[in-house]
Design a protein around this ligand. Structure first.
Ligand code: F6R
Length: 247
């Protein structure tokens, strides 16, 4: 696992965006696994600026996203469909055929819809690069801590700490969705390269568990990244203390 420490959030995102640019430059048809939430916002802003300036050609990429809330329509401002459209797909002028964001309608067959996520993840090969954020409790995608984790895409009930963290994106009084559909651990770990970005002291517990020893625990899903051979973790100065002296 390669650790990169940068001064602050913006510097972490600049570094991560460069990694994405390098993957696309080496392989214009790259498949990118993408995340939402607060962390990737400045990364996507940079990619959009490079597209606008004509310095990177994103026209042949395909993308697959990690997750989506259950119960929000794609045009809801807090849905991950909407987030991706605003922050990346529109700015990069990607067509719907190039992108896939999971969705789940509880009135329809669950296994079909979860199967569609796995299909999008693996069809034509898994992502060349998977961008990840991490939850305060160590979740990746919305694979929440528990006695077991799930390999394939599935419906997940969000942990109380996730609901609390995500409430910041919703207007007061609006209920935060309690369930999500998420790529499973197999899909995440299948990517050729994993790029995890974490900033701010709230992520201390997760980054400590990831960096301190060789232990892998379902109670901290991010530790499963220790099983992957090509992981880069980009953290800010606030999290640098979490790393053992030996790194
Ligand atoms: C989002 C996702 C989540 C977030 C995580 C961190 O698609 O899969 O795992 O990456 O909850 O969220 P932020 O970046 O808002 O701290």
């Amino acid at each position: 696992m390669k650790w990169i420490i940068k001064e602050d959030y913006e510097a972490c995102c600049a570094y991560a965006a460069e990694q994405i640019r390098a993957v696309v430059a080496a392989k214009p048809t790259a498949k990118l696994g993408l995340a939402t939430g607060g962390t990737p916002v400045a990364i996507y802003r940079l990619l959009a600026a490079w597209h606008q300036a004509g310095s990177v050609d994103f026209s042949q990429i395909t993308t697959v996203n990690l997750d989506e809330y259950v119960g929000l329509s794609p045009d809801h401002p807090q849905s991950y469909h909407y987030f991706m459209q605003q922050h990346l797909f529109s700015p990069l002028q990607l067509t719907p055929a190039q992108t896939f964001v999971p969705s789940l309608d509880l009135a329809k067959d669950l296994s079909d819809q979860a199967g569609a996520v796995d299909e999008a993840t693996f069809a034509g090969g898994p992502p060349d690069l998977q961008l990840l954020g991490v939850g305060q409790n160590g979740h990746i995608g919305f694979n929440e801590p528990g006695d077991t984790l799930t390999a394939s895409a599935h419906l997940e009930t969000l942990a109380p700490s996730t609901l609390e963290a995500n409430a910041r994106f919703f207007v007061e009084g609006e209920s935060v969705p309690t369930q999500a559909i998420t790529m499973g651990m197999q899909g995440i770990l299948a990517a050729g390269k994993i790029l995890l970005v974490a900033c701010g002291s709230a992520k201390k517990q997760a980054i400590t568990a990831l960096s301190q020893d060789g232990a892998v625990s379902t109670h901290c899903p991010v530790t499963f990244l220790k099983l992957h051979h090509n992981v880069e973790v980009v953290i800010d100065q606030e999290l640098a203390d979490c790393l053992p002296q030996s790194l």
